[in-house]
Design a protein around this ligand. Structure first.
Ligand SMILES: [Zn+2]
Length: 463
């Protein structure tokens, strides 16, 4: 590099660091520190999570508990002193689980632990029994000859892998989303899959599943992993394996629930806001502590910790989405309703990956926003959060409709998901699986992020 271009480079660097320094004053950075320390020590998110999962419990959309959760959220946002609290309607296909039981009949009778997938139809009242056909993957099932599963139960034994960022989930979930449709196309009368799970416990993992118009609906289930191993061992040893199952569920047509929203109003640009939140609903088997009571509690508490210190330039909006588990219905309703002013969102992040430590921070913003991002990253570093500079964050599931409709500034505060899929969507998703110390760290990370995004000089925007 020649001296002159080196000089230009040095000048550009010092100019950009001068600009960067202007994003936040010394006083603002002192306030960030104050919020980070208060949130790191406070029990507020733990108290909220304890209350939601204990006093309300499971929150399947449309149930009495779901209504209680909406009332709970509204009441607590008001008690925390949010400047505005309101609800917005969301509709969804309502579904209930009433009964599920199963047995291996042949070659040797034994219990089989399984659960209906969300949206599954019932078996006949007396149940059904049939021979089980094993596939290792969904693609193997798709490749099976037409009619080859007539009168049989299709079983996919795909194993998801364990990793910190949960990258095994997407490939495994394919079999949950469309396995029953593909099995029915080949003539199967019921569908079983290995749980989308990394665990060794004997709980089955539920989750959303879908039917397709024109394809016969068949009961769709997930088997606990040790039971999936048992079935596979029997079949691979050459036995004809026969199973009976009885699933009783109900499709209740269109249901209604509510996104619950709380906002602390910004002092300079009140219409612009940082969106943080989680989803208020949960599956019915556990108490939805990791998924997603933690996200609800920690984002509510993060906003409160900010407001205890100051009202930033822009508003902080906590959105607690409805009916996520049945297909992102609350998120779809929210981003449709606010379609005309999505440009007002200066940063969006959803916490919906449990409550293990936030280990990394990642943005998805335009170049002009990056100096703010780097300053936020510097203030997250004391919490042990590293900065991922890829600038291609996906955010949480409820931000998918936002990403699909506009180029919004999206952020990920990556939680360590190594153990998340041990408990996800099971009876075992309960409060004791959340570590209060880690929940504090999550709350502090969200508080630092939301405060700085709302208080920066530059209004951040998407790519
Ligand atoms: Zn979730």
């Amino acid at each position: 590099m020649k001296f002159r271009s080196l000089l230009v480079a040095v000048l550009t660097m010092s100019l950009s660091s001068a600009l960067q320094a202007q994003e936040f004053s010394e006083q603002q950075l002192a306030q960030v520190k104050q919020v980070r320390e208060a949130a790191s020590q406070s029990n507020l998110s733990w108290q909220l999570l304890t209350s939601l999962t204990t006093e309300v419990g499971p929150r399947l959309p449309g149930t009495e508990n779901d209504k209680k959760a909406v009332a709970w959220a509204k009441k607590h946002l008001e008690q925390l002193g949010f400047d505005k609290v309101w609800v917005e309607e969301a509709t969804f296909p309502e579904w209930r689980r009433y009964h599920e039981s199963a047995k291996i009949l042949l070659p040797s009778e034994q219990p089989l632990h399984l659960t209906a997938l969300g949206n599954s139809i019932s078996t006949p009242t007396e149940g059904l029994s049939a021979e089980v056909v094993l596939f290792e993957t969904l693609d193997e099932l798709i490749a099976a000859p037409a009619g080859s599963l007539n009168g049989k139960i299709a079983f996919i034994n795909y194993r998801m892998n364990r990793d910190i960022d949960g990258n095994g989930y997407g490939p495994a979930v394919r079999a949950r989303n469309s396995g029953a449709v593909e099995a029915a196309k080949k003539g199967a009368i019921a569908y079983m899959m290995r749980s989308v799970s990394t665990s060794h416990h004997r709980f089955a993992h539920t989750g959303g599943s879908h039917y397709k118009t024109g394809v016969t609906k068949i009961p769709a289930t997930a088997v606990a992993n040790p039971d999936a191993d048992q079935l596979a061992r029997l079949i691979n040893a050459g036995h004809d394996v026969k199973v009976s199952l009885n699933i009783q569920t109900e499709d209740l047509g269109q249901g209604t629930s509510y996104n619950v929203i709380g906002e602390f109003t910004g002092t300079e640009f009140p219409a612009q806001y940082v969106l943080i939140g989680g989803h208020l609903d949960s599956w019915d088997l556990g108490t939805g502590a990791l998924d997603d009571g933690a996200g609800v509690a920690l984002t509510m508490a993060a906003a409160k910790h900010i407001a205890d210190v100051k009202r930033p330039k822009r508003s902080i909006r906590v959105v607690l989405f409805a009916a996520e588990e049945l297909g992102l219905w609350g998120a779809k309703a929210y981003f449709k309703k606010h379609k005309a002013d999505l440009d007002n969102i200066v940063a969006a992040a959803e916490s919906d990956f449990g409550a293990d430590v936030v280990y990394a921070f990642e943005s998805n913003v335009n170049a002009a926003s990056l100096p703010v991002v780097r300053e936020i990253a510097a203030q997250l570093a004391p919490l042990g959060v590293k900065y991922i500079g890829k600038n291609s964050a996906h955010g949480g599931p409820d931000l998918i409709p936002l990403k699909n409709s506009t180029s919004a500034p999206i952020f990920a505060l990556h939680q360590d998901g190594t153990d998340y899929f041990d408990y996800h969507h099971t009876a075992d998703d309960t409060l004791d699986k959340v570590d209060p110390a880690k929940l504090k760290q999550n709350t502090a990370a969200y508080a630092v992020f939301a405060l700085m995004a709302a208080d920066a000089k530059t209004k951040m925007a998407g790519k």
